[in-house]
Design a protein around this ligand. Structure first.
Ligand code: ANZ
Ligand code: ZN
Length: 805
């Protein structure tokens, strides 16, 4: 018998389809398991072998869970709104809905090739009105709760995509999508108040079984800093105060000057007339720079003296007030007290402009010396009542002092900003808001949702700050649901991330016309047990989805408040060290590989290529090796299958050890070594095969193979005469009895020191052990010059002979 992957795979795909294998059972008797892939953006490029890795991992895992007796939900859908489809529309004049649906067909065909068990009855598409109906619903709910609001503010603006961007979409000062340098633009924007959830988003990370580095990235993004707000007076302006945020209130006596962000509202008020021109020129210069370039620590410091002085809240000393671009307007209060002796950037600045540098913290026992930078911990000096205190104690004492004097208070600052939730683009969910001259800003009543995205002729962003929807009077002009008067629709659309912030909830109840999902179903299936995807979503998508889940929890629509209990981020597949992408021309397409080796071989190789969380290099020889291995396995199986022999000890032992090793590696997500366990097992069985193989060995092979190579697993199972699917059976159990070692290695000691080693049957008697030990060449010498006065034997571990001269 020959293993012809193509024939076998076609046969089983057909059968699975016919039997509706992938349909989720929803059997309340069984424990549930929700295994989720990060759903793809259906790009025109299709899937390459790099994408297969994540999808194979999730399918192997889902099938393994099925065999373990879980009711498994493993759905798939499309993150279908977004810029690429719209840019394609602009370039080729094809409606994004059309190009998207064509791409989806291709993706689906490719995912079916993988042999993945997706329940297609549950497919979701974020750009379909049945879906975005509920995305809009959540927006209205957030508006009602005050979590969605409109504000005129300077936002990140991509001059090439001609749209506003969220902070999360700006990477090193450039647009995450197109790479153009991002500028600032003052615009009226819809915002979501994610900052109201900052503490919960931070604290609840502790509940999650996520890779530590992903948690770390989220913590850094939220950026919680504990410190104090401190008030300084302004000389000659008795009604003004400068409020600063500092994480080091202990260093207040070391503040020698102040810095305001150039955009700070006080700048214009307090700058002296002589300095006005210089100040204005600097402000203008700063507005052109990105936040990232402004924050680089070792860049040379620039700034301008305003001519004004602040009054130190404790000493009354006058401190010059400067403006400098290293102080940002949107962090803390947009103003700092500068402590050059203990802050790197302040130190650089003070050196550049010849400002005093005053030491207030030193290493204990060291003489304090002004003019140097000291960043370490230590004790306070030159700080009146705080002298001698540690930094930690001085922080507390200073905050207490400031609170007593009403010159400041303890506070917490976050790096996280509210989420800019509007795009001036066509291909997204219309924001369901109306503007009425009488009633003001009115949400579209939930019964009137969805607000459908109309067809347009021109997709091009206008660049005026308005989306192409603004050019469609039939869309814009409507009536106010409150007063019946004329009203205008909001024409901005939601960002790419909107639909993916809650899609995992829709899968549990995808056809519900009356609600986004039923609470009962959501509470039964979620949180997602295993979420598998790329680490590039560590901040954006995973933070937004957690935020939406918490809001939906607070709306009492679900009982849980974290969406993804376990997160697994797979490593990239590279070719000659480079990431696969069409632009690099190094894409390995699965189509040809499947044609030549079959989907099972490709799946198995994707698992074998390396530790699943690490980057791995694609290697065609490795793939051929795996394909040959499947051939070998098939031949071995086919030979033995004709005449299974009775079980024998050697086969039992091999089988239970294999299942134990395999299961342990599966549980630890070490799929590459799980495949090696298979290879070792097949080698061992080949050595045994001259005496035939027993039925239990053959069945175990079929079942254990089936998560990895499901088509072949089914084929082997049916060859054994079973008419039901291999996935209807269960993962084999291990009998510990066969794992026990029958030989053990004993340590032989003379007078408590290790002098030799001895291999003996595990059930050897004490006498037999002692007799054998005495014959060991490395022991004999020790026994020659003395007599044994005591024999201490610890079964299975050691023998100690006490020898006296
Ligand atoms: C005095 C001081 C002394 C500071 C010292 C540090 C060290 P994190 O930890 O990131 O929260 N800061 C405050 N607001 C700022 C702004 N808008 N732009 C630039 N810098 C700002 O940083 C908090 C520290 O960064 C604050 O504590 C402040 O400098 C500075 F030995 O105040 B510190
Ligand atoms: Zn009205």
């Amino acid at each position: 018998m020959e293993y012809v992957a193509k024939t076998i795979e076609a046969k089983w795909k057909e059968k699975w389809k016919k039997d509706n294998m992938s349909r989720v059972q929803e059997d309340s008797q069984k424990p549930k398991y929700y295994c989720l892939d990060m759903f793809p953006y259906p790009s025109g490029e299709g899937l390459h072998v790099g994408h297969w890795r994540g999808y194979t991992i999730s399918d192997v895992w889902s099938r393994y869970k099925l065999l373990q007796g879980y009711d498994v939900l493993h759905p798939m859908g499309w993150d279908a709104f977004g810029l690429p489809a719209e840019n394609y529309a602009i370039a080729h004049g094809v409606h994004p809905a059309l190009s998207t649906s064509k791409n989806i067909q291709n993706f689906k065909r490719q995912l079916e090739q993988i042999g993945a068990l997706y329940d297609w009855d549950r497919e979701v598409n974020t750009s379909s009105p049945d879906f975005y109906h509920w995305t809009q619903f959540f927006f209205v709910k957030m508006f009602e709760k005050g979590l969605a609001y409109r504000k005129k503010m300077p936002i990140n603006w991509c001059p090439s995509c001609k749209t506003g961007l969220a902070n999360e979409e700006v990477v090193d000062g450039c647009c995450d999508r197109c790479g153009a340098e991002v500028t600032k633009r003052e615009m009226n924007q819809w915002m979501l108040k994610i900052t109201a959830y900052a503490d919960r988003l931070l604290d609840d990370l502790d509940k999650l079984e996520w890779p530590e580095h992903v948690k770390r990235m989220q913590r850094a993004w939220i950026g919680r800093s504990e410190g104090a707000r401190i008030l300084f007076g302004v000389a000659g302006h008795p009604d003004e105060q400068i409020e600063v945020f500092s994480t080091r209130p202990d260093t207040l006596y070391g503040a020698t000057y102040m810095v305001l962000a150039p955009e700070h509202p006080l700048v214009q008020k307090i700058s002296t007339t002589e300095k006005q021109n210089e100040v204005n020129a600097y402000v203008e210069e700063t507005l052109k720079k990105s936040a990232v370039s402004r924050q680089i620590v070792d860049k040379s410091k620039t700034g301008v003296f305003t001519g004004a002085y602040a009054i130190h809240p404790l000493t009354g000393a006058e401190l010059p007030i400067w403006i400098a671009d290293y102080v940002l307007m949107d962090y803390g209060t947009g103003a700092i007290m500068a402590v050059p002796a203990h802050d790197e950037r302040d130190f650089e600045f003070a050196q550049t402009f010849g400002l005093p540098i005053r030491t207030v913290v030193t290493e204990p026992g060291k003489e304090a010396e002004d003019g140097v930078l000291y960043l370490g911990d230590g004790v306070l000096v030159n700080s009146e009542g705080l002298n001698g205190l540690t930094v930690a104690d001085a922080k507390k004492a200073m905050i207490q002092l400031l609170e007593e004097k009403k010159k400041g208070e303890q506070t917490i600052s976050y790096r996280l900003r509210d989420w800019v939730f509007a795009r001036q683009r066509y291909w997204g969910e219309p924001i369901p808001i109306l503007y009425c001259d009488t009633c003001g800003t009115v949400p579209v009543p939930v019964d009137d949702l969805p607000v459908r995205l109309p067809d347009v002729e021109k997709y091009e962003p206008t660049g005026t700050g308005e989306s192409p929807l603004a050019a469609i009077p039939e869309f814009v002009n409507t009536t106010c649901p409150r007063c019946g008067g004329a009203a205008r629709r909001e024409t901005d659309t939601m960002p790419q991330w909107a639909g993916s912030s809650w899609y995992f909830l829709r899968y549990v109840d995808p056809h519900n016309p009356n609600a986004p999902f039923s609470k009962e179903k959501a509470d039964a299936w979620l949180p997602v047990d295993m979420y598998i995807g790329g680490v590039e979503h560590a901040v954006l998508h995973l933070l937004y989805a957690r935020f939406f889940t918490k809001v939906i929890h607070d709306l009492q629509m679900i009982d849980f408040d974290e969406p993804f209990q376990h997160l697994f981020t797979q490593g990239m597949i590279t070719l000659n060290g480079a990431k696969m992408s069409k632009s690099k021309g190094n894409v390995v397409s699965p189509d040809e590989i499947i044609d030549k080796y079959g989907a099972d071989a490709l799946r198995m190789y994707e698992m074998f290529v390396g530790p699943p969380e690490d980057e791995a290099e694609w290697n065609t020889n490795g793939l051929e090796g795996v394909a040959r291995f499947l051939q070998r396995l098939y031949r071995l199986f086919a030979q033995a299958m004709g005449e299974p022999v009775p079980a024998r000890d050697s086969l039992n032992k091999l089988r239970h050890r294999f299942v134990a090793t395999l299961t342990e590696r599966m549980e630890q997500f070490r799929f590459n070594t799980a495949v090696s366990a298979f290879m070792e097992y097949i080698n061992a069985l080949q050595a045994e095969s001259a005496h035939g193989l027993d039925l239990a060995t053959l069945e175990t092979l079929a079942v254990c193979l089936s998560p990895f190579a499901p088509h072949l697993g089914e084929e082997l199972w049916s060859l054994l005469g079973h008419s039901s699917s291999v996935f209807a059976t269960s993962w084999p159990k291990v009998d510990e009895k066969w794992l026990r070692d029958d030989e053990v290695e004993l340590v032989v000691q003379i007078n408590g020191r290790v002098r030799g080693h001895l291999r003996m049957p595990a059930d050897a008697s004490q006498e037999a052990v002692i007799a054998s030990a005495k014959k060991l060449p490395e022991i004999i010498g020790w026994l020659n010059d003395g007599v044994i006065v005591k024999e201490v034997y610890v079964p299975g571990k050691l023998l100690n002979l006490v020898v006296k001269a």
